[in-house]
Design a protein around this ligand. Structure first.
Ligand code: DON
Length: 612
């Protein structure tokens, strides 16, 4: 094994963080590095998970100062947003505020999550949606848990080879246009979660979203730039008149009102999910899709049902994880990865050659299983117990050499088998927690905007193996298990996850956007907190790695590994390349006296944690 290389790092990895009760922490975002280690007037401590800090006296925090490469774009020691009681962390400040408003009015975390989800559909059309689907992991303070699967399903008229052209090659119809959409699950999923775990009526939690659609919100430079960048894609469809009035993208500083969407939301507020699946909204959706050559019918909508599943419950070094089971691959792949990493008595230090080698080797093995064995459990035999077991992880560990990479094709024989989303985390004052990831797949989904109901449709059909063995738009090479079939959920990488400390108390609510990178980024934030003892702010800023088995490439965020570490990994046989950002994570962590929220530092958009 090449020597561990830490010499170019900005701080020593083993320096214990000072734990002094000094400067008054601000409850807003701040860059005051002292605030990272302080006890505040509201009793908050950032700098350690609540479980490992002695409250009300001596401080035994084992939190370590994070060590990032000198050239890495983020500094360690920054601070998140803190609040004593409740918080929402999402990709849009207005949507986070919508959830917080509902909790301030007495709602719980599920009420707030649903309010945030509907608000994102208004203020974040890039990924927030009514025309898509997602997953919600819920852990109530009384111990009840659920994993709401509201993934889209293939329409009844879908067929295995519907995206294979006469030349035998894949067309782009799974990505763009009217035939790319699965039957949306968002409205059914959110309303089902609310009915089971919420405390407020639907019409009340929908109010912030209705207000934002009706009265409008101010277009910011990020929405403007995103629309400018997506022009060629969106102008092909009916969103042209709404998002490019007078031929130009919505201008920054102007107010954007969406009367059609406001009407849809009001109908849902009055009639519940039936308005969407059996009523006026659905009729308008079907008519709009039909006009463009789409295949979703009224029968498809009427048949749609969200699934109330139990989260995958796993452990990592005494911490408990509750994460998303299939039809998402997220929870299984994270669990399998962490189980492999747990077989190391001592994982090498963060940023070292050994750390990157261990993570990449674990991801590679977990993704091989993900790509070949996981699928909608209603259609495929998924070996869930085996893939998430500690004994299987020990077997896989034996295939990892200490000093060299294993090519994916070799592993595939050994193991025997052949962008845009949004995540939000919510915690309320009682300790109820919700992790939700939702998507229309690409930014603005299939590009198809339905002027009747006023929203974009997804292009989730591309998450199937449209031609098993051939890569999809994320380069994922998937097998027969995930082939297209009518009524089937396409496999996802979405990984909403809740972590409890060894005593079973809520610690972390986390998840991400970013296709398969969701899995690697989410698990690395978890590792940074519970394995590398970072503050949440550092855990989110730490450079990330990605490996998804095929392509057989270890990706690292530019300047996120030192050149010497990269050289050593290459010498071990890793095909290693630098990449831009790995995923978009939003997380909340419990700390003594309250909560800290951190939205994706790589994202210059309106992501915000809002709490009280
Ligand atoms: O469900 C999935 O795995 C993908 N449809 C997620 C897409 C995504 O995250 C795009 N992102 N930025």
């Amino acid at each position: 094994m090449p020597t561990t290389l830490l010499s170019k790092f900005t701080a020593g990895a083993t320096v214990l963080a000072a734990c002094t009760a000094v400067a008054a922490c601000r409850t807003a975002r701040t860059s005051d590095p002292m605030a990272d280690k302080c006890v505040t007037s509201v009793g908050l401590v950032e700098g350690a998970p609540a479980s490992v800090v002695t409250q009300g006296g001596g401080c035994k925090s084992p939190t370590r100062a994070a060590a990032f490469p000198a050239e890495w774009r983020f500094k360690a020691g920054e601070q998140g947003t803190m609040a004593p009681t409740a918080m929402v962390a999402s990709n849009n400040a207005l949507a986070s505020a919508a959830g917080d408003e509902i909790m301030k009015a007495g709602g719980n975390a599920v009420d707030a999550a649903v309010a945030t989800g509907f608000a994102l559909a208004v203020t974040f059309p890039f990924a927030g949606n009514l025309g898509g689907g997602g997953y919600m992991v819920i852990r109530m303070a009384d111990g009840r848990t659920a994993a709401v699967d509201y993934r889209e399903i293939a329409p009844l008229a879908a067929s295995r080879d519907m995206y294979i052209g006469p030349d035998g090659k894949l067309t782009n119809e799974s990505v763009v246009g009217y035939r790319a959409s699965g039957v949306p699950g968002a409205v059914a999923g959110m309303t089902a979660a609310l009915a089971k775990f919420g405390s407020k009526p639907l019409r009340e939690v929908l109010q912030p979203a209705i207000r934002l659609a009706e009265e409008g919100f101010t277009v910011d430079s990020v929405l403007f730039a995103s629309l400018r960048g997506s022009r060629a894609y969106l102008e092909r469809f009916d969103g042209k008149t709404v998002f490019y009035p007078n031929g130009e993208p919505l201008q920054p500083g102007t107010r954007f009102r969406q009367p059609a969407l406001a009407r849809t939301l009001k109908l849902i507020a009055e009639q519940g999910a039936d308005a969407f699946y059996r009523g006026e909204v659905g009729d308008s959706l079907v008519a709009g899709m039909k006009r463009g050559g789409g295949i979703i019918t009224k029968e498809d909508l009427a048949r749609y049902k969200p699934e109330m599943r139990q989260p995958i419950a796993s452990t990592y070094r005494g911490y408990h994880l509750l994460t998303m089971p299939p039809s998402s691959s997220g929870g299984v792949t994270i669990t399998e990865t962490l189980n492999i990493l747990e077989t190391y008595d001592n994982l090498p230090p963060f940023g070292s050659v050994g750390y990157a080698h261990a993570l990449a080797s674990a991801y590679q093995r977990a993704f091989i299983d993900r790509n070949s064995k996981l699928a909608d459990p209603a259609f495929a035999q998924v070996p869930l117990d085996k893939l998430t077991s500690k004994s299987y992880a020990r077997e896989l560990r034996k295939t990892i050499a200490n000093d060299k990479a294993t090519p994916t094709p070799t592993l595939e024989r050994t193991i025997a088998e052949g962008m845009h989303t949004t995540h939000y985390s919510v915690v309320d004052g009682s300790g109820n927690a919700v992790a939700t990831t939702t998507t229309i797949n690409n930014g603005y989904g299939s590009g198809v905007y339905l002027t009747g109901p006023g929203f974009f449709m997804n292009d989730e059909m591309d998450d199937f193996a449209a031609q098993p063995g051939k890569p999809n738009m994320f380069g994922l090479v998937q097998g027969e298990a995930n082939a297209i079939a009518p009524g089937k959920r396409m496999l996802s990488a979405m990984s909403p996850t809740i972590v409890l400390d060894p005593q079973g108390k809520l610690l972390l609510v986390v998840g991400a956007a970013g296709g398969p990178r969701i899995i690697t980024a989410t698990s690395q934030v978890i590792l940074n907190v519970i394995q590398n003892h970072m503050t949440l702010a550092d855990a989110m800023r730490a450079p990330r790695l990605h490996h998804q088995a095929l392509p057989d490439t270890l990706r690292f965020e530019s300047a996120g590994l030192t050149p010497a570490v990269v050289d050593s990994l290459r010498a071990m046989g890793w095909g290693i390349v630098s990449t831009g950002s790995v995923a978009n994570v939003n997380a909340i962590m419990r700390i003594p006296g309250g909560l800290v929220g951190v939205t994706e530092p790589r994202d210059r958009g309106p992501s915000r944690a809002v709490g009280h």
